[in-house]
Design a protein around this ligand. Structure first.
Ligand code: COA
Length: 320
């Protein structure tokens, strides 16, 4: 048994924010941001939020795959910025798109979330009973960004990307998932917390904290390692990989991973310049753009790889 992506969709924040716009609110410049990250602008959501963007991306993926919402058995939403503790965001998407036969729950693994969700979908299909699953990555990081912190606020954007996956007999799907909770503080964002019965204190929102250099070192070491592991386990040669679709966190991280894998940078598509780091959404947004631009051909072997808070990282190998 294997699974295939049969439809893709995406929805980005409605509000364009350029590097020059950010230079108005913190001490930075377009030159500093673009030379260190590859980012030139990002789109932030001012209305839809995580679930709204996720639902729009889902509708587009269903349309692209010619799938009726009632055909879905399961909805998995990878996000670390849900609107609520409950109902979960996947249930909000289910209600918005009318997927009345689908179970729905969220997966939290920060920027690795989509890669973990895809492997979760595969596990459900392999266990039996699930044939069509909607897998979404969506994040609204702007609501947990400290807009006075130039070390983090220049990096992130908001968006959602979705794919419909279907159970298949022919093709290929496999993956690896990794975590190191002992290094969680390197990249973190506290949940709304601090509410206290005794003092009557109300909960406060948490903001993103990041040790940029540690995250950089972690990503450029762990991503190539897990890609190599996956290729070895599946006995697939690098020459057979058409594209490496990496989490879009930083152009320099992607360059570095390409070098460590000794693969040409042309095999690493990027859209980070227009979106920034959209966390769990970055891989499915890029996949959707490539699909709509006709850059993917059935049978292409793809590696999808993510890394982020947790720390978490992982990769999936699949045939388009
Ligand atoms: N504009 C201008 N200067 C800035 C700045 C900004 N937006 N952000 C930081 N600086 C300054 C720092 O204050 C520091 O100044 P100092 O030397 O006077 O103290 C200097 O630039 C260097 O800071 P540093 O943090 O060492 O920069 P860096 O070269 O490591 O680049 C990142 C910072 C964030 C671009 C880089 O560490 C990175 O990309 N890390 C990975 C982040 C990531 O991808 N996170 C998400 C993973 S899912």
């Amino acid at each position: 048994m294997t699974m295939k992506i049969i439809g893709t969709g995406s929805c980005c924040g409605d509000h364009l924010v350029t590097n020059q716009d950010l230079a108005q609110i913190v001490e930075t410049s377009d030159e500093w941001i673009s030379s260190r990250t590859g980012i030139r602008s990002r789109r932030l959501t001012t209305g839809l939020g995580t679930s709204g963007m996720a639902a729009k991306a889902a509708e587009r993926a269903l349309k692209d795959g010619n799938v009726h919402p009632e055909e879905l058995d399961l909805i998995l939403l990878a996000t670390s910025t849900p609107e609520n503790h409950f109902p979960n965001g996947a249930c909000e998407v289910q209600a918005a798109i009318g997927a009345v036969n689908a179970a729905a729950f969220d997966i939290s693994a920060a920027c690795t979330g989509f890669v973990f969700a895809l492997q979760t979908a595969y596990g459900f299909m392999a266990a039996g009973g699930y044939k069509k699953i909607l897998v979404i990555g969506a994040d609204d990081l702007s609501k947990v960004t400290d807009w006075t912190d130039r070390k983090t606020c220049i990096l992130f954007g908001d968006g959602a990307g979705a794919v419909v996956v279907e159970k298949e007999e022919k093709g290929m799907f496999s993956g690896v998932m990794k975590a190191d909770g002992s290094r969680g503080q390197v990249l973190s964002c506290r949940a709304r917390s601090g509410g206290n019965f005794l003092t009557g204190k109300k909960p406060e929102i948490g903001y993103i904290y990041m040790d940029g250099q540690e995250v950089f070192k972690f990503a450029v070491k762990k991503v190539p390692e897990c890609v190599e592991q996956l290729l070895k386990e599946q006995d697939v040669q690098k020459e057979d990989i058409r594209y490496y679709i990496l989490h879009q966190a930083n152009e320099r991280i992607i360059d570095s991973v390409a070098k460590r894998l000794k693969e040409p940078i042309e095999k690493f598509p990027m859209d980070i310049q227009d979106h920034g780091n959209t966390s769990a959404a970055s891989i499915p947004i890029l996949l959707d753009e490539m699909n709509r631009e006709g850059r993917l051909t059935r049978g292409d072997k793809l590696i999808l790889a993510g890394f982020g808070g947790g720390l978490t990282w992982g990769a999936a190998l699949m045939e388009w």
